[in-house]
Structure formats: structure tokens, C-alpha cells
Design a protein around this ligand. Structure first.
Ligand SMILES: Nc1ncnc2c1ncn2[C@@H]1O[C@H](COP(=O)(O)OP(=O)(O)OP(=O)(O)O)[C@@H](O)[C@H]1O
Length: 437
């Protein structure tokens, strides 16, 4: 805001000079007979404040407010029209209340308009997104957890015209995990409704890759993670312990480790050619996301799980502790399995913890605790790859857990491949939060 000249306004009978500090959080200024400024003020906790002034010179005030608005919005479109999905059963079932009391006043202050659907059943958001006329909308918003975002993405990618899928998606956290919002906002403020609302109002679209999943005859898209082994058990195998909050994951991990549970599988993967270099450079923060656009395609290059494994894939058949594929750094608070994950490098990060390497309970516990900050990838017992695709086939067991984007799916072989840049998510600066390892 430093480039904007101060404006003379009246406070009672006194003339005062109004100057705006460099502040990313000014939402809007408008004028009729007065100058009105709505701003989100603060750092960790943002508060909506409105200020009203009588200008000394109306003409100057009109051009001043125009300059303020341009500086505040930069390239973002002001006063967006939003399609909003509220899941009344997300998290602690407070999504509607949260919208009315905390989010709506911010959208209103920014001049946004909206059309709201309260989801009534599983896949409601997905069905609507398959056919809704998108022309009136600037953004699709989930006031929810990651589950509704998964549905919005899948609905968009199931539309007849693939180009429709480019409409940006915004996240207001109301779920229990909200992993995507941790990646967008960071652990310190990911629960802040104000930071998230601001990202929807003024954020920039970030292209993200999708994981195309095939299992049996099913085909769908995952934006976050695919897990097998201890981590899937911790999440899905402790649903009955939800009352414990996030402690249930630690309890689940310790239980699986101390019971010495065995997870056998065959893992086939198409390792990226420059696998090691990409990981090293991402690690050093020198690797830039792919800023070049690629043609949008939802076609699989590597066929489906029912096709033969291509000749050039690497195959591991082993007992493992965990196999985890993903496209985002965080999959939950204090869980950073993929510190090198990039939104649009066209690759899946794949973490393999083999049982022979992770031989003792101490090492297993170490692995879980190091994952809190992403430091597990420095452990020699852990293999970390960048892959174009992988296939996991469970062995020696007919029952167990496989989780895709945190949801339970059939305990059966599945194949995953990265399809570049299919979806746009609104972000602060076009990147996921960095992981400092
Ligand atoms: N009216 C409804 N009744 C039952 N389930 C619903 C309804 N509306 C949506 N759902 C389902 O609720 C599931 C979970 O929703 P969501 O992801 O928003 O919350 P969460 O599970 O608490 O959060 P997170 O995924 O971040 O942990 C979604 O998969 C969605 O299909």
C-alpha cells in the first residue's frame, strides 16, 4: 500500500490524514458519501474491522478507493460469486454455525455473493458438481473436511467437458483432519476461518496434479494420499476411538507396532528418471514447481490395475510396515510423510518402510515420531521415491485396511498414476507451505 498517497478525511470537525500501512489484509474500500474500509487485522488471529470516514474531497476519495482496491486485490477478481457446499456432519457438526458467525460476515464485507447447498448425503456434492452450470460461479467452496473436497474434485473430473474442471476450489476448514488446508495455510493457522476466507477472496489459483486410481472396475481421483500398513490401520482401524481425538492415531500406531502386525504386499512402481535429483533439489528448496501449462487429459498412460504390469517397472515383494503414496506434504496435523511433495511436478511421492529394514520396535516408533516434522526421510531404513505410477497388491491376507484420501476402500489391488495439473486450488501464493527439514 506504500505507493498510495494518504487521503484527507474528517474526524468530527478535525481534518486527519488517512494512510494505509503495507497490509495484505485490507479487503475493500468503497465510496458513496463516505469512505468505508473493511479489513482483516492481526497476524495469527485475524479480526474483521470496519472503518468509516467522511472525505474532504469526494473526487480524490473516489480515485483513492479505486487505488486501494487495486492494491488490495492485485490480480484477484473482487466480489466473487461462490458455489458453497456445507457438510453439516463435518468434524464436530458445526459447519453451518461457523459459516453464519465467522465466514459470512467476511464474504459479505468483500461483496461476495453465494449459492449454498447443505449436503444431505454421501456423494451429494459430487453429483451436483457433475452437471451444475458453472458459468455464474468464480469459485467452488467446501465448508467441510477433505471428504467434500474429494467429492467436488471427482464431480468436476466426471463432467463431459474436462476444461470445466479448471474452476478454482476454495477450502474453509470445518472437518476433523483438514489436511489440504494445513498444506495451504500451515499448521499454525490452518484452523483459522479468517485466513481461509481471505485466501478465497484474494488467493491465486494453484494447479495441482491428481492421482488417478483404478481398483477392480472402479476409477476415480485422489488428491491427497493412498495408504497401506500401519498408517492405514492407525486411521481406519481406530474409528471406534474417535472420542480420543488425535491421540487415537498414536494409540493405533503403538498398538500395531507392539502387536507386531505383518503387512505383505507386492509393490510395482514406475520410478521417475531423475528420482534422486528431484528429491535432493526439493529438499534444498531449489526445485520449482512446474509453472508451464500442460494439456489437460484424464486418460491413464499406464492403463488400469487389470492390465499386465509394464516391463520397465520396479517390483518389490516384501513384508512392509507402511506404504504411503501422496501428493501433499501433510496428511494431518503433525504428520508430514511427504516433505518433498510438490503440487504440480507430475509425480507421486512414495514412501516405503520395509519390515526387514525397520526391524525393531524402537525403529518403528522412531519412524512415526520423526514423521511429525518430516525428518523420517533422512532415516536409512526408509525408502522415499518420486514415481509416475505404482500398483499395490496385498498378499497373504484377505482382510485389512487401504485408505484413499483418508476413506476406507476395498482391500484389493489398486493402481495409481499421476495426471498433471487437472485441478485449481486457491492458495496464498501458488505453493504449498514449505516443510523445513
Ligand atoms: N448429510 C450427510 N450425511 C452423512 N454424510 C455426509 C453428508 N454430507 C456429506 N457427507 C459425507 O461426510 C464425509 C466426511 O465429510 P468431511 O470430509 O467434510 O468431514 P470430516 O471427515 O470430519 O473431515 P476430514 O475428512 O478433513 O477428516 C464425506 O465423505 C461426505 O461424503
Amino acid at each position: 500500500m506504500s505507493e498510495i498517497q494518504p487521503l484527507q478525511v474528517k474526524s468530527g470537525n478535525t481534518n486527519v490524514t488517512l494512510s494505509l500501512k503495507d497490509d495484505n489484509f485490507s479487503i475493500e474500500s468503497s465510496t458513496s458519501t463516505n469512505v468505508i474500509i473493511h479489513a482483516l487485522i492481526g497476524v495469527k488471529k485475524l479480526c474483521l474491522k470496519s472503518f468509516e470516514f467522511v472525505p474532504v474531497d469526494m473526487e480524490l476519495a473516489a480515485s483513492w478507493t479505486k487505488s486501494v482496491k487495486n492494491a488490495a486485490y492485485k490480480n484477484a477478481k473482487p466480489s466473487k460469486h461462490l458455489k458453497i457446499f456445507i457438510n453439516p456432519f463435518s468434524g464436530t457438526c458445526k459447519a453451518s454455525k461457523v459459516f453464519d458467525s465467522e465466514v459470512k460476515p467476511i464474504f459479505d464485507a468483500a461483496g461476495c455473493t453465494y449459492d449454498i447447498t447443505i449436503t444431505e448425503k454421501i456423494n451429494h456434492a459430487r453429483e451436483i458438481m457433475q452437471t451444475i452450470d458453472l458459468k455464474p460461479f468464480d469459485v467452488i467452496v467446501g465448508i467441510s473436511g477433505d471428504g467434500i473436497i474429494h467429492e467436488i474434485i471427482n464431480g468436476l473430473l466426471e463432467r463431459e467437458n474436462i476444461n470445466d474442471a479448471t474452476i478454482p476450489i476454495g477450502v474453509i476448514p470445518a472437518g476433523s483432519g483438514n489436511a489440504l488446508n494445513i498444506c495451504l495455510q500451515g499448521e499454525a493457522v490452518y484452523k483459522s476461518l479468517q485466513h481461509s476466507a481471505l485466501t478465497i477472496i484474494k488467493g491465486v489459483p494453484m494447479k495441482i496434479d491428481m492421482c488417478s486410481i483404478t481398483q477392480g472396475d472402479k476409477r476415480y481421483f485422489s488428491f491427497m494420499s493412498q495408504t497401506f500398513g500401519v498408517i492405514a490401520d492407525c486411521d481406519l482401524g481406530t474409528e471406534n476411538l474417535r472420542w480420543m481425538g488425535s491421540m487415537r492415531f498414536i494409540f493405533g500406531a503403538l498398538k500395531a507396532i507392539f502387536e507386531g502386525r505383518r503387512y505383505s504386499c507386492e509393490l510395482a512402481m514406475k520410478i521417475a528418471e531423475s528420482n534422486k535429483e528431484i528429491i535432493r533439489d526439493t529438499y534444498r528448496k531449489e526445485y520449482n514447481s512446474n509453472s508451464q501449462s500442460v494439456p489437460m487429459s484424464r486418460d491413464n498412460r499406464y492403463g488400469t490395475v487389470n492390465d499386465p504390469i509394464p516391463d520397465d517397472w520396479t517390483i518389490i515383494t516384501d513384508d512392509v510396515s507402511t506404504i504411503l503414496g501422496g501428493k501433499v506434504p501433510w496428511i494431518g496435523k503433525g504428520t508430514i510423510p511427504f516433505p518433498c511433495a510438490l503440487p504440480n511436478d507430475g509425480l507421486i511421492d512414495l514412501l516405503v518402510a520395509r519390515r526387514d529394514k525397520l526391524s525393531s520396535r524402537i525403529k518403528s516408533i522412531n519412524f512415526m515420531t520423526e514423521m511429525e516434522l518430516g525428518n523420517h526421510i533422512k532415516m536409512k531404513e526408509i525408502d522415499y521415491y518420486k514415481v509416475e505410477a505404482f500398483r499395490l497388491t496385498p498378499k497373504n491376507s484377505t482382510d485389512g485396511y487401504i485408505s484413499i484420501d483418508g476413506e476406507k476402500v476395498d482391500f484389493a489391488p489398486f493402481q495409481v498414476e499421476a495426471l498433471p495439473q487437472l485441478i485449481n486450488i486457491l492458495s496464498i501464493d501458488g505453493k504449498y507451505q514449505y516443510v523445513n527439514i
